[in-house]
Write a protein that binds this ligand. Structure first.
Ligand SMILES: Nc1nc2c(c(=O)[nH]1)N[C@H]1C(S)=C(S)[C@@H](COP(=O)(O)OP(=O)(O)OC[C@H]3O[C@@H](n4cnc5c(=O)[nH]c(N)nc54)[C@H](O)[C@@H]3O)O[C@H]1N2
Ligand SMILES: Nc1nc2c(c(=O)[nH]1)N[C@H]1C(S)=C(S)[C@@H](COP(=O)(O)OP(=O)(O)OC[C@H]3O[C@@H](n4cnc5c(=O)[nH]c(N)nc54)[C@H](O)[C@@H]3O)O[C@H]1N2
Ligand SMILES: [Mo]
Length: 808
């Protein structure tokens, strides 16, 4: 193992969420700048310790280059080929690459040494340190360990399970956004050829609210800007996004925009370092100078206050006559109803919901008024609430009434998460693919795909829980730790007949097994993909709809690995094979597995905008998919216009004694993959079980900084108290009444049924919690029972909020 700090011996409290040794936790002041030389130092240290010098050079110099591979971290776009640096990556991209290109190996011996139960007693960080999985592994019914299995036997086992189901709808086929376009296309083809639309994906937990809102408002569920627009913008609004950690290369684009005169408005409960100042390690001023100030104004909005805030902006802009009447007239509908609605705005509600002063809101609105070209960026801070779809429609309203769509330097910029999550959707990974897509599939392959919508992530858990689904397959990802309500999700998966994961590294989802469980190890994007017809490349789409090729430079982690595409085709062939050996629909899976250009041929005929795919995708920088509002101000909505929506503002009611908790990412993780224990910008080191609370709330609730508490949420629908135990309180600048803690440790707190309206996305950013004396390891040091209003005996239910929560 490359990191000596992980290893057997960490005492587990809850499966997979081992309590940290609190004595090591260090709290420092949050930083005022992101990146700088420390980022370079950390990148190199992590890369060298996981990969050694040779692989570090082989990978990092090819990262995001036109002839190299696409970064496996976020979906931020690459600059034009001629504008790229030799080092076109960030600290967290380097960590992502090191995580995949590590020289550690989870061999069959490792799986023989540890039972599944033993593996399950360790945290996600420890599991990650086991390294790359080298062989296909199986857990047989009643088995305690994973053991090796031959590829063909594994495929036959999957086929046997799938063909034994009463209906294809009893199987669920999940995708995480790392899958390439080629593997995603073959996967959805297989799933539909098998007979179901059960294609949930990580988008369902991520930007689904964006996709739903934008599809209704502007007719396409994708953002409308390019990187050049960012450089040309006069104002960039960044709401609910932490680019310094999750999209660090965005800071380079923001720096360029700032130097060209753009203003930046940050809307975030937290004063995230990357929104304050950027020290570009590639520029002298970033190394020795004071860097570039990013936000001109920061609105520390209360969690879930954005709908009210954006409506207040609309109210003021309308009052000030700052509306693009011509654009509204020509390209939109719904304006009059919206005006009537925003004129009636209740400022008391706005101030309560946002926690901001009217003066500050007016200053921000003046920035929008003064800008001739505004870009709105957002991520999970806007998408993971009950009213997220309405909030994103309200953001879109502003862009519409100001004429900021289909104009240089302006537009909507949802910043996607996984590096190819947008591409996977384009390729048909969608439980609700439109008929036009299914018709094209039918024309190309000659079978009639199922038309009934399939299950999304939350509905898939429900179906497994209720015994309506019996097989779970994951193409990448870590389903059980990504989804809400960890305990419910784990029980649901355990009730399956077969769980199957195509993965690079061991994670929790491999340890929460059905009767039979398979791990099929895949090549990663850093690796050479050699098939019968020679080395293959794959293609991916970034957050700005630019599609391009990716070629891994490294020797595969094991000679037994197969590519995702080959694995999908292997399963498809085994499952759809008829008695006479031919495919049920006459699809040649072997040909596709051996030559990805055949898949790209299909893509060019099925996927809109992908004509001539093979040629366009492989030229330097690739090509950009069409986007009607961006390209020609055409809106393919139900009315053929950009739709200005009216949404009533509802204030989330948080009862006395409770806090509104958001669950977010540290600087040292990629979703459920924990790289390390350093959330450097927020000053939290060597531990993750922390809850950030405003100092006045800590005092008002009768606690002290450093106390250890359990987080409890009460959900009226099932009358259950959900508990995440053992969090250390850290005094932190977050709006009064709000709190923050890391994901995935807090996922057990989000009830499965607590979802965004219309998108069914778990409400991971608004969890109503109370803090109670910890039941973990007794009442810990620093917890002075006498200071607590009640509950000093550690009894959860004696806390003074017996009445159920009403989330209105
Ligand atoms: N290094 C790294 N990169 C990543 C990831 C990773 O885990 N690690 N994950 C990838 C994925 S899949 C995704 S989706 C993206 C996620 O990228 P982000 O959306 O930046 O991720 P989060 O950490 O969830 O941060 C949410 C931000 O929203 C703020 N916020 C929370 N609630 C509210 C609210 O009600 N209103 C407003 N205005 N702000 C709020 C939080 O303070 C925080 O700054 O990053 C991608 N890139
Ligand atoms: N509470 C809370 N929950 C959340 C969120 C939140 O903010 N708060 N965010 C949500 C969001 S935005 C997302 S996107 C989801 C993420 O959900 P997922 O995408 O399911 O989770 P990841 O942690 O990204 O998946 C990591 C696993 O992918 C596998 N992997 C890595 N690379 C490859 C590859 O190249 N191929 C294959 N086949 N497998 C690979 C590895 O085995 C690794 O363990 O979580 C969601 N859950
Ligand atoms: Mo995401």
């Amino acid at each position: 193992m490359s990191n000596g700090t992980a290893g057997p011996g960490t005492a587990p409290v809850v499966e997979g969420f081992g309590a940290q040794d609190d004595s090591e936790l260090e709290i420092h002041s949050p930083k005022d700048a992101a990146a700088g030389v420390t980022a370079v130092k950390v990148s190199m240290e992590r890369a060298l310790s996981h990969m050694g010098p040779k692989r570090t050079a082989q990978t990092l110099l090819k990262l995001n280059q036109a002839d190299g591979f696409d970064c496996t971290s976020c979906a931020w776009p690459d600059p034009d080929p001629e504008a790229r640096h030799t080092a076109e990556f960030c600290e967290n991209g380097a960590k992502a690459v090191a995580e995949e290109a590590t020289t550690d190996r989870a061999t069959p011996e490792v799986f023989a040494r540890y039972s599944i139960a033993e593996l399950d007693s360790h945290d996600e960080y420890w599991l990650g340190q086991l390294g790359r999985i080298t062989h296909p592994m199986v857990k047989r019914p009643g088995g305690t360990h994973y053991e090796p299995i031959e590829w063909d036997d594994a495929f036959a086992l999957v086929a046997e399970h799938l063909n034994g189901l009463a209906s294809p709808d009893e199987a669920v086929f999940y995708t995480s956004g790392r899958a390439s376009n080629e593997s995603a296309f073959t996967y959805q083809l297989f799933v539909r050829a098998f007979g179901t639309n059960n294609l949930p994906d990580c988008s369902n937990m991520c930007h689904e609210s964006t996709s739903v809102a934008l599809a209704e408002s502007i007719g396409i569920g994708k953002g409308s800007v390019s990187l050049r627009d960012l450089y040309d913008a006069e104002l960039i609004v960044i709401a609910g996004q932490n680019p310094g950690t999750n999209h660090p290369r965005m800071l380079s684009a923001l720096e360029i925009a700032k130097r060209r005169g753009a203003k930046i408005l940050a809307i975030n409960p937290l004063r995230e370092a990357g929104l304050v100042n950027f020290r570009n390690p590639q520029k002298p001023r970033g190394v020795v100078g004071r860097g570039t100030d990013i936000a001109d104004l920061h609105l520390p909005v209360r969690i879930n206050g954005d709908l009210a805030l954006f409506q207040a902006f609309g109210h003021l802009l309308e009052q000030w006559g700052a509306i693009d009447r011509e654009f509204v007239e020509q390209y939109t509908d719904g304006y009059d109803a919206w005006v009537e609605h925003v004129r009636a705005l209740d400022w008391d509600v706005v101030l309560a919901a946002t926690g901001l002063s009217r003066e500050l809101i007016e200053r921000a609105a003046r920035m929008i008024e003064a800008s001739g070209a505004t870009i709105y960026c957002w991520a999970m801070g806007l998408t993971q609430h009950r009213n997220s779809v309405a909030t994103i429609k309200e953001v879109t309203n502003l862009a519409l009434v100001r004429g900021d769509i289909g104009k240089r330097g302006a537009g909507l910029c949802p910043v996607r998460g996984h590096s190819n999550v947008q591409g996977d959707r384009t390729m048909g990974i969608w439980e609700k693919s439109p008929d036009t897509f299914l018709d094209a599939l039918q024309a190309e392959f000659g079978f009639d795909p199922p038309r009934e919508h399939g299950l999304d992530v939350v509905d898939a858990v429900r179906a497994l829980r209720d015994g309506k689904a019996k097989v779970f397959m994951g193409l990448g990802g870590n389903f059980v730790h990504a989804v809400s309500d960890t305990d419910v999700a784990a029980d649901a998966l355990r009730s399956a007949d077969l769980t199957l994961h195509v993965s690079t590294k061991v994670n929790r989802s491999h340890l929460v097994t059905g009767d039979t469980a398979l791990i099929l190890p895949t090549l990663g994007r850093t690796e050479v993909d050699e098939r019968a017809t020679g080395p293959q490349f794959v293609s991916v789409e970034d957050s700005m709809s630019s599609v391009h090729a990716s070629r891994g430079p490294l020797e595969p982690a094991s000679p037994h690995l197969r590519s995702e595409t080959a694995i999908v085709c292997g399963i498809a062939r085994a499952t759809l094979r008829q008695a006479d050996g031919t495919d049920r629909h006459g699809i040649d899976w072997d040909a596709m597995a051996e030559d990805y250009s055949i898949i790209r041929g299909h893509i060019s005929r099925v996927v809109p905008g992908c004509e001539d795919y093979e040629r366009k995708v492989d030229r330097p920088g690739g090509f950009v998919l069409p986007h009607p509002p961006r390209d020609s101000r055409s809106f393919h909505t139900s009315t053929g216009k950009g739709r200005i929506a009216v949404s009533p503002v509802e204030v989330l009611h948080v009862p006395e004694g409770h806090l509104l908790l958001q669950t977010l990412r540290s600087h040292d993780q990629f979703n459920t993959t924990i790289y390390g224990m350093s959330d450097r910008y927020r000053g939290i080191e060597n531990g993750r079980r922390v809850v950030l609370v405003h100092p006045d709330d800590i005092e008002a609730l009768g606690w002290r900084d450093g106390d250890v508490v359990d987080l409890v949420t009460h959900w009226t629908d099932d009358d259950v108290d959900r508990v995440a135990p053992g969090f250390r309180i850290v005094s932190y600048e977050t709006p009064r009444g709000t709190a923050a803690a890391y994901y995935p440790e807090t996922n057990p707190l989000v009830p499965l049924d607590s979802v965004a309206e219309h998108s069914n996305t778990p409400t991971s950013k608004s969890v109503v919690v109370r803090l109670v004396p910890t039941a973990v390891g007794g009442v810990g040091e620093g917890v002075d029972g006498s200071q607590h209003p009640v509950g000093a005996d550690g009894e959860h239910r004696s806390h003074p909020q017996p009445e159920p929560l009403h989330l209105s």
